[in-house]
Design a protein around this ligand. Structure first.
Ligand SMILES: [Zn+2]
Length: 265
């Protein structure tokens, strides 16, 4: 159901208050309120990790990727949840040394290189979105997924837990990733995950974000069993990251990317 005029008006007013009652951004507040209400009408936030704090309750000693527990594999220092070198301190104890070294570390270089091109996204296309990038993001999102959702991610976990990069590209033809360049309030790295409220609604079952500085990457978790009866992995509604007060920078925009590897296939 689309948001009502009244609910948009109430939220736009709240956004204006949060901006310190600064005049001149009425239209931006209205657009941001409409986007937020549309998104959260369809999705609910189920995990949110400000990566400047230690992860609560992440002390389990069973690997989410290979399902082995301590004794059959080793767990040294918990690895960062973020794929790149900017972990901000949030770490997961639920990935073993071997999976981290073989499945995630080879993706750090490609992810960092990709991320570094995003800051100029308002002027130039970013580096191609490859399956390695999608995998790096998905692996991070699997690490923040609440325990009771993991049963829907069997194929995803098999994919991210497989160090072989020779993936079947045909499984990812409808994958997508959205990049927001704006001015979010958080400077520290953060990660979050939302779940579709209703199976009859459009959009992927799980959608997550990795954000740092003024950039946010948004991606569905691919290969989720709750999306398998759909023809394509539809888009989720855009969030308000580049609207509202964020638009004040004048650079704010969002860009939708599809995996480049498929264009070559
Ligand atoms: Zn493992």
């Amino acid at each position: 159901m689309p948001p009502t005029q009244q609910s948009v008006s109430d939220l736009a007013y709240e956004l204006w208050l949060r901006r310190g009652r600064e005049h001149g951004g009425d239209q931006r507040d209205w657009l941001a309120a409409t986007a937020d209400l549309r998104f959260f009408g369809q999705y609910e936030l189920i995990a949110h990790a400000p990566l400047d704090q230690p992860a609560p309750g992440r002390t389990g000693r069973r690997c989410r990727f290979c399902e082995r527990s301590a004794g059959r594999t080793t767990f040294q220092t918990p690895p960062p949840i973020w794929p790149g070198g900017h972990d901000g301190g949030l770490r997961s104890g639920e990935i073993c040394d071997e999976c981290q070294a073989e499945c995630r570390e080879p993706l750090v270089g490609p992810f960092d290189a990709f991320w570094s091109t995003l800051g100029a996204i308002e002027r130039a296309r970013p580096a191609p979105l490859t399956l390695a990038i999608l995998k790096a993001v998905a692996a991070s999102l699997v690490l923040i997924t609440p325990e009771d959702e993991l049963e829907f991610l069997g194929d995803t976990i098999e994919w991210v837990g497989n160090p072989d990069q020779d993936d079947d590209a045909s499984l990812f033809t409808d994958a997508w990733c959205r990049v927001y360049l704006g001015d979010p309030p958080r400077r520290q790295p953060w990660a979050a995950l939302a779940r579709r409220r209703d199976d009859d609604a459009g959009g992927p079952y799980l959608v997550g974000w990795l954000g740092r500085d003024d950039l946010v990457i948004e991606s569905p978790i691919p290969l989720c069993v709750r999306d398998q009866d759909r023809d394509t992995l539809a888009l989720s509604p855009e969030r308000s990251f580049v609207l509202g007060s964020f638009a004040a920078t004048g650079r704010a925009r969002s860009t939708l990317l599809s995996p480049a590897v498929l264009e070559r296939a």
